[in-house]
Ligand binder design. Structure first.
Ligand SMILES: [Zn+2]
Length: 247
């Protein structure tokens, strides 16, 4: 039987697991140069949680705790990242002057089915974007629920920029961040972070539908010894990724 909406197979590449990051596995064996070979668009973090990662147009940016952004070194390592070669399968103008929650509800209606993965790109003029950024950790590494207590929150106001993220089905909880996980960078590429909230004045959204997950697990001792199925994973994800009740 032919499906209602034709869907093209599209691969999303991921290194390690969100649950490994939660358990303090902050060192990976994948370099930025390898990651870019799997996708020109994506998000993640760097070894020792040294900032948030955002990849756009094949360039990898490092978003640091002071809210600033620089190009990442190609030989930097990542303990967790998700990338794809973004193809805008579905695009739409967004209603003007909307909150993140309103944008999210609008984007829900753009998707074909909530059972696929989506890379998400929002470009536009923002009244405000609230971001937080992880702070570089020292060994011995603490679990992420403690490490994120150091997070720096920055408010970017009246700025053009791009939100780069992924919408991940709930069945992927622990593999990724269920729901939407997004990072922001300004148009001049000088500032950004992990998105907590925004007010969008005017902009558009594009979705790239993912059907195939290429998951690359680390071969490190830390990964092999990690507890990847904690009982309180919902609370951990909520504290580290959302910082508020609705994710
Ligand atoms: Zn993030």
């Amino acid at each position: 039987m032919t499906p209602k909406t034709p869907v093209t197979r599209h691969e999303i590449f991921q290194t390690s697991l969100m649950s490994a990051l939660l358990d303090g596995v902050y060192e990976g064996e994948t370099q930025v140069r390898d990651l870019l070979g799997h996708g020109s668009f994506g998000i993640g973090t760097f070894d020792a949680l040294d900032g948030e990662m955002l990849i756009l147009g094949g360039v990898c940016y490092q978003l640091r705790a002071d809210g600033g952004a620089t190009e990442a070194r190609l030989d930097a390592y990542t303990p967790y990242a998700v990338v794809t070669n973004f193809v805008p399968h579905i695009s739409s103008e967004l209603p003007r002057n909307i909150s993140r929650a309103q944008a999210s509800a609008f984007i829900d209606h753009m998707t074909v089915s909530e059972n696929y993965m989506y890379a998400l790109c929002i470009e536009g003029q923002f009244r405000s974007v609230t971001t937080r950024t992880v702070v570089k950790q020292q060994k011995p590494y603490r679990p992420m629920v403690e490490a994120t207590d150091d997070d720096a929150v920055v408010e970017h106001t009246d700025v053009r920029g791009v939100v780069v993220g992924f919408r991940t089905p709930l069945y992927e909880k622990g593999i990724g961040v269920p729901g939407c996980h997004a990072h922001f960078i300004t148009e001049d590429r000088h500032a950004g972070g992990h998105v907590l909230d925004f007010q969008l004045e005017q902009g558009s959204a594009s979705l790239c539908l993912g059907t195939d997950l290429h998951l690359q697990l680390p071969l490190t001792d830390a990964f092999q010894e990690a507890n990847l199925t904690p009982e309180n994973i919902d609370a951990q994800l909520n504290k580290t990724e959302a910082h508020h009740a609705e994710a």
